[in-house]
Unconditional design. Structure first.
Length: 97
């Protein structure tokens, strides 16, 4: 089971009037290839994110991500797709599991 991308919100495309499902990118679990799915993230930025997490732990929010990327800013649409939950957060086990 892939814990990196998970269903998020429904977005309406104004020109088509169709609602599309988008996936959240778990910034603290995503590997470099998954990070490349975000517009504006290239190999250099993906590497910086992964190296920062290895040295300093989870990225807390968009402001910290911007610092990690040396001021680089993602679009509002990409920021909505990001999930900043820490890498070690898990759902509680259900009884009897």
């Amino acid at each position: 089971m892939n814990n990196v991308a998970r269903p998020a919100t429904m977005d309406e495309t104004p020109s088509q009037g169709v609602r599309l499902m988008t996936l959240k990118v778990r910034i603290n679990l995503a590997n470099p290839l998954e990070l490349l799915e975000l517009a504006g993230i290239g190999p250099e930025q993906a590497t910086a994110i992964v190296e920062f997490r290895a040295e300093h732990g989870p990225i807390q929010d968009a402001a910290e991500l911007s610092r990690v990327l040396h001021g680089w800013r993602l679009s509002a649409a990409d920021l909505e797709r990001l999930d900043f939950d820490p890498a070690d957060s898990t759902a509680p086990e259900s009884p009897g599991a």
